[in-house]
Structure formats: C-alpha cells, structure tokens
Design a protein around this ligand. Structure first.
Ligand SMILES: *Cc1c(COP(=O)(O)O)cnc(C)c1O
Length: 418
C-alpha cells in the first residue's frame, strides 16, 4: 500500500517518525466493534483493544455520538473555567472509585500525567508531614510500569528503561513485591508507596495473595500514602471498576487513564480522605486536562460500561477465555494469569513475538508483553461468539509456531553429526 508520497507505509514510518519504537505491525485504517481492518482490506479480531484502551471496542455509537455532540457544543475553554461534563465526570469517578464526599479528582491527558500528579501528591504529603523535608523517600515495586515521562520513569522499576536517561528524579527506591520487603523498607521517612495491582507491561503479573491489604495496613501505620496505579487495570477491565475493589481496602489515591476514555486521551488522579487536601492553588495544572470534550467522552464511555453491564461481561468473558486457552492442547502454553479481561498467557519458550506474528497471519491481534507472555486486553464489549473465534484463531497460531519450531528442531538435528 502506497503512502501519501508514493512510498510504502513502512518507508514512510522509517523516514518520518521518531525511531523510539520498533517496526509497526500493520497499517490500520478502520475499526468496528471487536474488529479492525488494514489498508489491504484484511480484517483482524482485535484482542488488544489499543492496550486496554478501547473499552467499548471500535467506533461504538456511544463514543462517536459523545465526541460529535460535545465537539459541536463546547470542546475546550481552559481551566480558568469549569464545564458540566468535567463536573459530571469528577462526580462519576468519585462514585465508582468509592471515595465518598471527601474525594477529589485531577484531570490530565494520559496515564503518565496522572502518575506525575500522583508523584507530586507524594511530595506534597512528604513535605506536609515534616516541615517540608521529612519524607524524601518514595517506594515503588520492581518491574512495575508507571510511564515514560522523567517523573514516571523514575517510578518505573526497570533499570534498562531508565539507563539512557540518567540521572533520575531522586528519592525513589525499588523493592521486591513481597510483604516482607515492604515491611523492611517502610519507615517514617517514606512519603508514599506506588503499586500496580496487576503488573500489565511486565507480563500481567499478579501480586502475592494479601499484598494490597498488608500494604494498606503497613503504609497507614507509617503515615505513608498508598497510591495505586489502576491505569491498565481500571475502568472495569478486571470485573470491578478498579482492581483494588476485589479487596476491602481504601487507598489514598488511584491513577486512571487508558480505558476510561475508550480511545480518547484522558487520565486522572483520584484522591481519598486527607490526601484530597494536599494540592493547593498553583501547585499543578494542564492546559488540556479535563477539557469538556475529553470529559464528555469519558463520562459517556463509563456510563455505557455501567448500563450495559460490562463489569460482569469482563468477568464472564475472561473466564470463558481462560477456559478456552486451557482447552487448547499445545505444548507451548503454560497457563493464564490475570483477572477479568486482562489476561497473560504464559508460554514455555521465548516465542511471544512469533506467536503474535502467527496470530496476525491468522487474522488475530494479540500482544507480546514480554518474550514469554501473550497479553490479551480485548474490548469489554466482546461476546461469546468473539471469544470462540479467538480460541480457534489462537489455537491455529500456536499450531503454526509449533510446526515451525518442529521444523527448526528437525533441521538442526540433521546437522548434528551422528
Ligand atoms: C499505560 C500505563 C501507564 C502510562 O500511561 P500513558 O497513557 O502511556 O502515559 C502507566 N501505568 C500503567 C500501569 C500503564 O499500564
């Protein structure tokens, strides 16, 4: 397919876009529901949904109508003014996050911006606690992902990602994801603990049983904030509005983005209790954050998730997917991790990229979260027919990879001298 200048789209990508990413998998031109189409007219079943973003699938009428209606009414006015969609979304987020009256919401445009706000919240708490300097330490979990900006990269416990950009914003320490490690690390100089309830980018890795409950008790004991990054796990993906709601705890703050906008870029920091009084005028802001267009779309997306019963669908379809994957008889598959419609399929060999490529050949989009994990994060709207279709396509992709590996193995055997 020729790009706008008669060159291939791959050539256009290579020439015109910053080389911060690898090769793109396809040139996609259209989406509808759980499907997308490439420029050659090939259809794919989309079980990534923009990395847990397209909660309602592609081109959902609620999403389309909300954008069109709000764009034709009032899109953006700056934060010198309030708008009805912004206030309605704040109230809705407080309700679904269970903050009670004391909660507050800050709007940004992405996950990283939500976490930047949370980082500032932690610093404000650290300062407020002890004459401006008492709590310089921030704890975060090894291998958790919190974003790509300098602040959120400093929170991200992946040394290889940080290395080209040293020095980091100071004060962050990384600990193992165990209750013992947290207990040992906490003291009165810790301002906050950041936790990703299920480590999505790391490969859909769950925390140990009881971790969030212990983290809540221990941070409270030491006067540190418990801040949960629900950017990937939120908006109903795990079967509750937010993953922490599978437990009985109340955090001090959560960050949300990805799925709440259904494809429109928006993020938010939601605070609970006393953490809601830390920001004061002049301490943070964003030109686009919380504008009428973005908040109208997110409000409509969240309302549809609620009205269409999509939390329950996430639980049910998630169970159906796990059962289907478990039923595939492949020597390559180890088993499923995750919750609801955030699923990691563990592989027995570092072949995730080959599985993704084979799946794409068969008309299925899945993601390699790491070398040995396939990540699934389909739209919350998928039905059982689409799960059945997924199961067939995924089994076929695994068979393709298995056959290729067998060929390779038999080829190399021939080369081994008898
Ligand atoms: C995606 C993600 C982020 C970063 O969000 P952006 O919108 O890409 O800035 C942060 N934390 C988690 C857990 C994520 O999954």
């Amino acid at each position: 397919m020729a790009g706008p200048r008669g060159t291939t789209w791959q050539e256009d990508v290579g020439r015109d876009l910053v080389r911060n990413l690898g090769d793109r998998l396809a040139l996609l031109v259209r989406g509808e529901g759980a499907y997308v189409w490439d420029a050659e007219g090939r259809r794919y079943l989309d079980f990534l949904a923009g990395i847990a973003v397209n909660s309602l699938g592609h081109a959902h009428p609620v999403f389309v109508e909300a954008i069109a209606r709000q764009a034709a009414t009032l899109a953006h006015v700056s934060n010198y003014f309030a708008t009805p969609p912004q206030l309605e979304l704040a109230a809705r987020l407080k309700r679904i996050a269970g903050t009670g009256d004391a909660g507050r919401v800050y709007f940004g445009n992405s996950g990283a911006e939500a976490n930047e706000a949370a980082f500032k919240l932690a610093r404000l708490h650290g300062a407020a606690k002890n004459g401006g300097q008492g709590r310089p330490r921030i704890l975060a979990l090894k291998s958790a992902f919190h974003g790509r900006t300098m602040g959120t990269l400093a929170l991200t416990g992946k040394p290889a990602m940080q290395e080209p950009f040293l020095p980091m914003v100071p004060g962050v320490e990384f600990i193992d994801s165990t209750i013992d490690a947290l207990d040992a690390a906490l003291d009165e100089r810790v301002a906050a603990l950041f936790v990703e309830p299920i480590k999505g980018e790391a490969g859909v890795i769950e925390l140990p049983e009881g971790y969030l409950e212990a983290a809540r008790a221990l941070t409270a004991r030491h006067g540190a904030l418990l801040i949960l990054d629900e950017i990937q796990t939120g908006a109903g993906r795990t079967g509750e509005w937010f993953a922490f709601q599978h437990t009985g705890i109340t955090p001090d703050a959560i960050t949300v983005a990805k799925g709440i906008g259904g494809g429109f870029p928006i993020g938010a920091l939601i605070t609970y209790g006393a953490a809601s009084d830390l920001f004061y005028p002049g301490t943070h802001g964003s030109t686009f954050g919380g504008n009428a267009l973005g908040t109208a779309v997110a409000g409509a997306v969240l309302a549809e998730i609620e009205e269409a019963g999509l939390l329950r669908n996430a639980t049910e379809r998630g169970a159906q997917i796990r059962a289907a994957v478990d039923a595939i008889e492949s020597p390559l598959v180890e088993g499923c991790r995750g919750q609801g419609l955030l699923i990691g399929i563990g592989l027995r060999h570092p072949i995730a990229a080959a599985v993704v490529a084979a799946a794409q050949e068969h008309g299925l989009i899945v993601n390699a979260a790491n070398d040995e994990t396939i990540r699934l994060a389909p739209a919350l709207t998928i039905g059982d027919v689409e799960v059945d279709e997924f199961a067939g396509l995924f089994a076929a992709a695994l068979k393709t990879v298995e056959d290729a590996l067998m060929l390779e193995a038999s080829g190399s055997e021939e080369e081994i001298p008898a």
